[in-house]
Design a protein around this ligand. Structure first.
Ligand SMILES: Cc1cc2nc3c(=O)[nH]c(=O)nc-3n(C[C@H](O)[C@H](O)[C@H](O)COP(=O)(O)OP(=O)(O)OC[C@H]3O[C@@H](n4cnc5c(N)ncnc54)[C@H](O)[C@@H]3O)c2cc1C
Length: 345
């Protein structure tokens, strides 16, 4: 017989990168969060300990940290006329499984958005005219501007121990950094990784040809580091077993050693591993189940205040919207949590 567990304000399916970040932010605001993760825990397992961490057969060839394709996979068709068939083996698109998700075995290449990314539609329209964007192309400005996102980029860089060299601090171009990057308020928390010989040769060749080489920002700590939450990183060992592998040096900024353990210290947080979500059941008593509207919370046509008023007045079941607007309604006004039971951004 099904056992009914206590209700939670927010339930997140999957315990990966986004879940870790959202859990840290929400539990810090006193909001209860439950994360349901289909896999297990990657901290202190064989995947992060020598000599097993270097097991290429297990982690690389047999994809030991990836989703189990025999249990659940994706379907694919090459044209609309084809029948969609299950993919039996993935080669490049490799969703992770277990706490930390794909970011437990990612490389850690971590670029910021360009200044124009959040307003790409407006930018393209202003350069090439409205007709340049086909009517059926769902290209949108996001809502928040780069300036509004900048402090969160910086927070991420501090939490995940980013190594790099700033190229533009408050509009001042910095020697050795990326001169094309959007203005940032501060440099990276850690200096860049030491270049290998190939990088040094490439840098010289590019500079001699008149280009502007710079070290790639990376969530691989160039030296031991403690982030603002107290998570401890070791320095990168330059072992080369990065993509598809865990990190034995604890140098790779990953949710299972940063944001998730921090959320776990908070009594508002619960993480259930080996919990594979196969369906979302609608409880009759859930708000909005009978006739609740699906709210469309897109930033383009409505101000934040309009959405707050709308949510207060309207019986809403589920909501979909631009990530920036959903984020503001969730974190700044709290209105979304008291109105809606299913949110997608
Ligand atoms: C090999 C590799 C290298 C990468 N390198 C980089 C890089 O250098 N730089 C970069 O920016 N990005 C990189 N990425 C991409 C980056 O890791 C992902 O974009 C990021 O982890 C996505 O975060 P997420 O929270 O959306 O998903 P994930 O981090 O993948 O988390 C999803 C979680 O949900 C769980 N889950 C899924 N379905 C269910 C279910 N039904 N029930 C319960 N749990 C479920 C999964 O087990 C997983 O833990 C890389 C990805 C891979 C695979």
């Amino acid at each position: 017989m099904a056992k009914k567990l206590p209700k939670r304000t927010v339930v997140i399916v999957g315990g990966g990168l986004c879940a870790g970040l959202v859990s840290r932010q929400l539990t810090g605001m006193g909001i209860e969060v439950l994360v349901l993760e289909q896999g297990g825990d990657h901290a202190n397992g064989a995947e992060t300990r020598l000599p097993n961490q270097r097991d290429e057969l297990r982690w690389d060839q047999r994809q030991g940290l990836m989703q189990n394709w025999q249990r659940e996979t994706y379907t694919l068709r090459h044209s609309r006329a084809d029948e969609s068939l299950p993919v039996r083996w993935m080669e490049a698109f490799l969703p992770g499984e277990g706490i930390g998700g794909a970011a437990s075995h990612w490389n850690g290449s971590t670029w910021r958005w360009a200044e124009y990314d959040p307003t790409l539609r407006s930018r393209l329209e202003s350069r090439y005219g409205k007709a340049a964007i086909p009517a059926d192309m769902p290209l949108q400005d996001w809502g928040p501007s780069y300036g509004e996102l900048e402090p969160y980029h910086h927070l991420f860089e501090k939490l995940f121990g980013l190594s790099g060299k700033a190229g533009n601090i408050n509009g001042q171009i910095q020697a050795g950094g990326n001169p094309f990057e959007a203005p940032r308020a501060r440099d990276y928390p850690l200096p860049p990784l030491t270049p290998i010989l190939a990088s040094a040769m490439f840098t010289d060749a590019a500079r001699n040809a008149g280009y502007h080489p710079f070290p790639r920002p990376s969530a691989n700590a160039s030296q031991p580091y403690t982030n603002p939450d107290g998570s401890k990183f070791g320095g990168c060992q330059y072992c080369g077993y990065c993509q598809r592998f865990g990190c034995e040096a604890n140098a790779k900024g990953s949710p299972h050693m940063t944001v998730i353990p921090i959320a776990m210290r908070n009594p508002n947080f619960e993480l259930r591993t080996h919990s594979w979500v196969t369906r979302v059941l609608k409880d009759r008593k859930l708000r909005g189940e009978k006739g609740g509207e699906v709210a469309k919370l897109f930033a383009k046509h409505f101000k934040l205040e309009d959405h707050v008023i709308y949510l207060k007045r309207t019986k809403v079941g589920a909501a979909v919207g631009t990530p920036g607007r959903i984020g503001k309604l969730l974190c700044e006004t709290g209105q979304l949590l008291s109105s809606v039971y299913l949110v997608s951004a």
